[in-house]
Design a protein around this ligand. Structure first.
Ligand code: PFF
Length: 452
């Protein structure tokens, strides 16, 4: 397959940086802690970690190898190996279309908090009811989300991506350091120890099937699996990159950020609410309600809050850029639109789809789909339904259609594949069973046949 018309990552670190930039985002800082709080703390963490080093490693490696082998992004990659399986590329490409709108809603919340801290409103943000007061207004959240989307669009169209990459090379480590400082502070608050135990010690009585479903969905979201991204990044990766090592580095970085975010948020929930179940179940609002309280009690709340949300904004932007590009490239490939036209129309589409998500907290608050509010519904469809299905089919495609050797040979082009045996077993058996089980159980439960 000719590879000449595609740009390539320069330097050995290119793939790792790009994949980590897309991986580390709101998923780690906003989504992971609220799921860990809700689904049993330590047991969720344990299940998540096991999934990352097994199924996660396998799927990330498989997708990257598919991309590098074919030199194409998702749609082309599948159809170039088998005409009949081209639909799988399309399925992968639908996922970012669903994620981008609600990602921008949360990105908008981050900007709102950034501005609030910048203007000295830290104590106000720490007050009960601030978050609810904000999201229950119909217009304001839409303006912030539009700003977040506009920033994303500006970076993608304005050709300032290189600049963003440079800045985020500084910002990402800074985010990590600041998060560690905040986590240490959180853990040492009176009453936080119970929360630390809840987060770190697995309690098997909290285990349920939902723990696995939530952890698997989070893993897909966080590592950007089953959305075509890794295939595209694989296609830009030179053949001499040690793929196994690179994938491990991306996973380590991504998981460390999520782990530390959990340390910042979960013990603090106990310190400020005594760990009552309602607070642990807060869901998407958890970080926004808990962290301002932590910052407020730190003394220099406005400064720390401002820096923190600025760093989170950068992490969120590097991910939303990847999302918008993934969406735009799909239309470019399928419909032959120019890059500019695809990007503009993709952003416009995301804005339209984001409206019901933002309005789901106010005007549409009484409206639910399958019992979910709008944000949770979008999140559920992408992470718990489409991604498991796409991942399941990818396993079948590789092991039954093109043959696992295709992928193994690609990985081994540049270095020995140390985890080949476990990779093979997981790709053949474990990952398909896990992903199929998730999909079937989600389907049956949403139809009311079983309750999980
Ligand atoms: N992995 C990102 C996060 O955890 O925030 C979300 C994401 C970014 C998903 C880019 C998909 C993607 F293409």
């Amino acid at each position: 397959m000719s590879n000449t018309h595609r740009s390539s990552f320069s330097g050995k670190i290119g793939f790792v940086l790009a994949a980590a930039g897309s991986a580390v985002g709101l998923g780690n800082i906003w989504r992971f802690p609220y799921l860990a709080a809700k689904y049993g703390g330590g047991i969720f963490l344990l299940v998540y970690l096991i999934l990352v080093v097994t199924v996660g490693f396998t799927l990330v490696t498989a997708e990257t190898a598919l991309g590098r082998k074919t030199g194409q992004s998702a749609i082309g990659a599948f159809s170039s190996l088998s005409k009949r399986w081209g639909f799988l590329g399309v399925l992968n490409s639908v996922v970012p279309i669903i994620i981008l709108p609600y990602y921008c809603v949360i990105g908008g919340w981050v900007i709102k908090y950034l501005v609030t801290f910048a203007s000295g409103g830290g104590s106000e943000a720490a007050g009960t009811g601030f978050f609810t007061g904000f999201v229950s207004q119909p217009v304001q959240p839409i303006l912030w989300l539009a700003l977040f989307l506009a920033l994303t669009l500006f970076v993608v169209l304005g050709g300032v991506e290189k600049g963003i990459e440079k800045v985020s090379k500084l910002m990402m480590p800074a985010l990590l350091v600041l998060s560690v400082i905040i986590a240490v502070y959180s853990i040492t608050r009176p009453g936080a120890l119970e929360g630390l135990k809840y987060y770190l010690l697995p309690d098997f009585s909290h285990f349920s099937f939902m723990t696995v479903i939530a952890a698997l969905g989070q893993m897909f979201f966080s590592l950007s699996i089953a959305m075509g991204i890794l295939i595209a990044y694989g296609s830009y990766t030179p053949k001499d990159i040690d793929m196994e090592k690179s994938v491990k580095q991306v996973e380590l970085f991504d998981t460390s950020v999520a782990f530390i975010a959990g340390l910042m948020v979960v013990p603090a929930v106990f310190a400020f609410s005594g760990g009552d179940q309602a607070a642990l179940n807060a869901g998407p609002s958890l970080m926004f309600e808990t962290l301002p309280k932590v910052f407020d009690s730190m003394g220099a709340g406005n400064v720390i809050g401002f820096i923190f949300f600025l760093l989170v904004l950068f992490a969120a932007l590097t991910s939303s850029i990847a999302l918008l590009e993934a969406v735009a490239v799909t239309f470019q490939d399928r419909l032959g639109w120019s890059r500019r036209k695809s990007t503009l129309l993709s952003a416009a589409g995301a804005m339209v789809l984001a409206l019901p998500v933002a309005l789901g907290y106010n005007v549409l608050s009484g409206f639910t789909l399958l019992g979910f509010n709008m944000l949770d519904f979008f999140d559920f469809v992408s992470n718990s339904v489409l991604m498991p299905v796409a991942a399941f089919l990818t396993c079948i495609f590789i092991t039954r259609v093109v043959g696992i050797e295709t992928v193994l040979d690609e990985v081994k082009l540049s270095s020995p594949f140390k985890r080949q045996r476990s990779f093979t077993i997981i790709l053949r058996y474990v990952a398909p069973v896990c992903t199929l089980a998730i999909f079937v159980s989600q389907l049956l439960s949403s139809l009311g046949v079983i309750s999980i």
